[in-house]
Design a protein around this ligand. Structure first.
Ligand code: ASP
Ligand code: MG
Length: 417
């Protein structure tokens, strides 16, 4: 590997000692003949602390000034990390997002990278320097500082890797890799040696916090090979790539769960074009993320519509629905909290029709009722009572053979004989 990008998250550089250890690791990786670009996040809780501080000063700060503030976290990290590398006798140079040529759109707080012109980065590499780039930030063509949204340093790393055509982008974090499910829930969850971009994308959207979803989108778009690994151990991590060859033929690679789900049902919605659009546009404008949507059969020109939102958004969603009551002329609204969403994800599902049925069987076997279902090509999600979530995840994890090294293959074990 002659050109790599190494990204270190906030906990990996949380204090001076950790910063020094990361510098040692970088210097070891930057062996003769290998060029290294490092992307780093703000130290520890810096970003959260800055947000808290701003709230004390103005509970509703202008988005532009928020970006001016938050971009500083990463700027502290790059300077200190470069100093730490110099202390080890190696040449390094730190760059802010704009110095590294990262241009974004103007959506403060959730900007998207529009373009990267890496000429300064490449020139510094040519001079034999280790290049340290601030994650999470960029600049608009008008010269305004922007940030990419929480966890956005992953995206900086992958986008830079794509722009310089790096051989590998390594994401160093505080866990060993991507796990088959949350190890806090299933004790014998296993670390996946490899996973495909599509599977990772589903898991990231389902809340596997190990990678920022947009970083995975980028990696997929530009075919950047990614590794997620621990900055505290030498263990091999999880490789994220186009086709996870090692795992091919396996039905389910991972199980995700979300314990804070609420269901809203709107009863007696008139069956007319544009009605659903009104409801969901209003919710979207209010920034409420709607997940599973189910419309029941139409009866007497009216239908019931149910959908899920995060438990945190329930009150907001209910008040938005109240505001469209006159316009939509629905009959009533009800809601339910204390729900959880459990999802199975696996590229092997595409060619294996019985997967959803098996999931329902396992859940039924636990005596748990399924309240809602949604599917995609490589995912099945079920909404259940959150009290039963842990038990269901454990049962599914074992039913799909994720507990042990023994895997459940497409078509069941018989087919392998
Ligand atoms: N420092 C930013 C955050 O905490 C970006 C990142 O860590 O990736 O969200
Ligand atoms: Mg952070």
């Amino acid at each position: 590997l002659s050109l790599i990008v190494m990204k270190f998250g906030g906990s990996s550089v949380g204090d001076a000692d950790r910063m020094k250890r990361v510098a040692e690791r970088i210097v070891r990786a930057a062996e003769p003949g290998r060029r290294v670009i490092v992307v780093v996040s703000a130290m520890g809780d810096t970003t959260d602390d800055l947000i808290d501080l701003s709230k004390k000063i103005n509970p509703n700060p202008p988005a532009r000034e928020m970006d001016m503030l938050l971009a500083n976290g990463e700027q502290i990290s790059i300077a200190l990390l470069s100093m730490a590398i110099h202390a080890l006798g190696r040449e390094a140079v730190s760059f802010t997002g704009w110095q590294a040529g990262i241009t974004t759109d103007a959506s403060h707080g959730r900007a998207r990278i529009a373009d990267i012109d890496p000429k300064r980065v490449l020139a510094a590499l040519d001079e034999g320097k280790i290049v340290i780039v601030a994650g999470f930030q960029g600049i608009t063509p008008e010269g305004e500082i922007t940030t990419l949204g929480r966890g956005g340093s992953d995206t900086t790393a992958v986008a830079l890797a794509a722009a310089v055509k790096a051989d590998l982008c390594e994401i160093y974090t505080d866990v060993d890799g991507v796990y088959s499910t949350d190890p806090r829930i299933v004790r014998n969850a296993r670390k996946l040696p490899a996973i495909s971009y599509d599977e990772m994308l589903e898991l990231a959207h389902l809340g596997a916090a190990v990678l920022h979803p947009r970083a995975v989108e980028y990696a997929k778009l530009y075919s950047v090979p990614l590794v997620v690994r621990s900055s505290f151990t030498e263990h091999e991590g999880t490789l994220v790539k186009g086709e996870a060859a090692l795992e091919q033929g396996i039905v389910v690679s991972g199980i995700a769960c979300d314990k804070n789900v609420a269901r809203i049902s709107i009863q007696g919605v008139p069956d007319r074009p544009g009605i659903l659009a009104k409801v969901f546009t209003a919710l979207g404008n209010a920034g409420v993320d709607v997940d599973i949507i189910v419309q029941g059969a139409v009866d007497g020109g009216k239908a019931d519509v149910s959908f899920t939102v995060s438990g945190n958004d329930l009150d907001k969603a209910l008040s938005v629905i109240e505001t469209v009551r006159k316009d939509v002329e629905y009959e009533g609204v009800s809601s339910e909290t204390g729900l959880a969403k459990v999802s199975i994800v696996g590229a092997g599902m595409v060619s294996n029709p019985g997967v959803a049925a098996r999931m329902f069987e396992v859940i039924a076997g636990q005596g748990v009722n399924i309240k809602m279902v949604s599917t995609s090509e490589i995912k099945v999600s079920c909404v259940i009572e959150s009290e039963s979530m842990k038990q269901v995840v454990i049962a599914l994890h074992s039913a799909y053979g994720l507990d042990t090294s023994e895997q459940v293959f497409v078509g069941g074990p018989e087919e392998r004989r």
